[in-house]
Design a protein around this ligand. Sequence first.
Ligand code: GDP
Ligand code: MG
Length: 280
Amino acid sequence: MKKDKLHIHWYPGHIAKAEKKLKEQLSLVDAVIEVIDARLPLSSSYDNITGLLGDKPRLLLLNKADLVNTQELNTFVKLLEEKSGFPVLKSDAKNSKDLNLIVKKAVELSEPRIQALMKKGLLRRPARVMVVGMPNVGKSSIINKLTKSSKTKIGAKAGVTRQQQWVRINPQLDLLDTPGIIPMKQEDQARAKKLAFVNAVSENAYSNEIVAKELLGLLNEKYPQILKDFYKVENLSLDDIAKSRNWIVSGGNPDIERTAVYVLRDFREGKIGKFILDEI
Ligand SMILES: Nc1nc2c(ncn2[C@@H]2O[C@H](COP(=O)(O)OP(=O)(O)O)[C@@H](O)[C@H]2O)c(=O)[nH]1
Ligand SMILES: [Mg+2]
């Protein structure tokens, strides 16, 4: 596969299969929790992908709220509430001790369908809620936090959850963990780039060097001073960052690959600063 150009590759077969499975499960659940990366409140949401989540009641969760500025995020909470008509919560599955509001909302959203089923003569059962979202947004982490266990596997890469998995949270709620999918057209490279920055796209699909350069370009446009202060270089380039850290490969050239990996990691771990990369 060519990785030298800025073109992020999808695996259409794999995505089509995951999308089909997701739609199959949709008919079985009472509601959906859509997990969104708070750094990309619009780009990492399924909201503008028509038809994918049907008309199920939905809770939008802006996760990784610890990695962004709270006030800035609040404006997106309002925007998404207005746009979608669904409740929107912020969450931090890494540090927060209490995510119980999510349980409460999920149970509430499911109640109308459970009531309808009971009217048809079925016995009350726990709410069934599917947790969906793009890869790496924190779906499995949230479920683990809610069960206070490690029932689902988590990881800092796209594609860690491979299978759908039901997890009982309490007698009122069952959650379905799903593999993240990016159901969008390959042509939307601007959005694909942003998803690569937050690690929602499999690392095999792009070159670290190109994505890191793009990220530096974007951050430098929006937050030049923060970036200068963090990397302490005059010219913000992978070359200069490598040299300033003395990351040199044989022949005396700067180690660009190593630098690119570090820049991406600095951003993904929130070390450089708290940034939202979407515009209202
Ligand atoms: N900083 C931060 N990291 C998180 C949060 N939630 C999940 N993560 C990290 O993001 C990565 C992906 O999490 P995972 O639950 O596997 O995502 P999934 O692919 O959506 O199931 C892991 O390294 C988690 O530790 C969060 O709220 N804040
Ligand atoms: Mg997962």
